[in-house]
Ligand binder design. Structure first.
Ligand code: C5P
Length: 221
């Protein structure tokens, strides 16, 4: 039986991918599956935490015992998390938040071009960085954790994100490595904390990675 070492703690985790509408039938999104965030939610519930799972699009079943908040776009995800932030002891950002939305969402379905060679231009605009926004209201006791999916200079890029988002620690992974990143059941991560301590972990199931992240959180509580 798992230890109930998170009993009495409130944890909010976001997961899945955000979607941005182009028109009433089309949207843009990304390859995030929600697997890592759902594993964290599941593990936290088993360890006794009260869990709010703010989820973008995914095919996964929500773990039993979580408070589920389903969202669509990045702005909606940000607003939902700001709403629940004050009651949380721990916030983990595991969602694959889209960095752009469509500048002008069309009210009607866009018509196809007359000729297939004709260009169709969509203008994009940035979305809020959710963890950065939450960081602005972060109470002293609140622990905030983020992920850094990188394709190069993993540690250096992850450290920059740790600082700019004012995180307690960041979970970095090289998504080009086999057995890491999107749509895999395993992950190979390195935990970097704000004191500069770097802890590389071996290849693990995402369930085990979730456990390792919560162990690290416990050290800080
Ligand atoms: O800056 P980058 O997107 O690489 O940082 C990844 C971390 O930041 C993840 O924890 C992700 O959930 C979070 N993030 C966010 N809001 C965004 C983009 C990423 O909270 N708009």
């Amino acid at each position: 039986f798992p230890q109930k070492d998170l009993l009495g703690k409130r944890l909010m985790v976001n997961a899945g991918t955000t979607c941005e509408d182009i028109d009433p039938v089309r949207f843009i999104s990304n390859r995030g599956t929600g697997k890592m965030g759902y594993c964290i939610a599941q593990e936290a519930v088993s360890r006794g935490a009260e869990v709010i799972l703010v989820s973008g699009r995914t095919h996964l079943e929500p773990p039993t015992g979580v408070e589920m908040v389903s969202v669509w776009g990045a702005e909606e995800m940000c607003a939902a998390m700001l709403k629940y932030q004050a009651r949380c002891d721990i916030i983990i950002g595991a969602a694959a938040v889209g960095d752009f939305r469509i500048a002008q969402v069309a009210g009607q379905k866009l018509k196809k071009t007359e000729q297939s060679s004709q260009k169709m231009v969509l203008e994009l605009i940035g979305t809020p960085d959710i963890l950065k926004e939450l960081g602005k209201n972060k109470p002293e006791h609140q622990i905030m954790v983020g992920f850094a999916a990188e394709t190069e200079n993993v540690l250096e890029n992850a450290r920059k994100k740790l600082e700019s988002k004012k995180l307690d620690f960041i979970v970095a992974n090289d998504v080009t490595m086999e057995g890491a990143g999107f749509a895999t059941d395993t992950n190979i991560v390195t935990i970097i904390n704000k004191d500069g301590q770097v802890s590389p972990l071996p290849k693990m199931s995402k369930e085990e990675v979730a456990g390792a992240i919560l162990d690290e959180v416990l050290k800080l509580l």
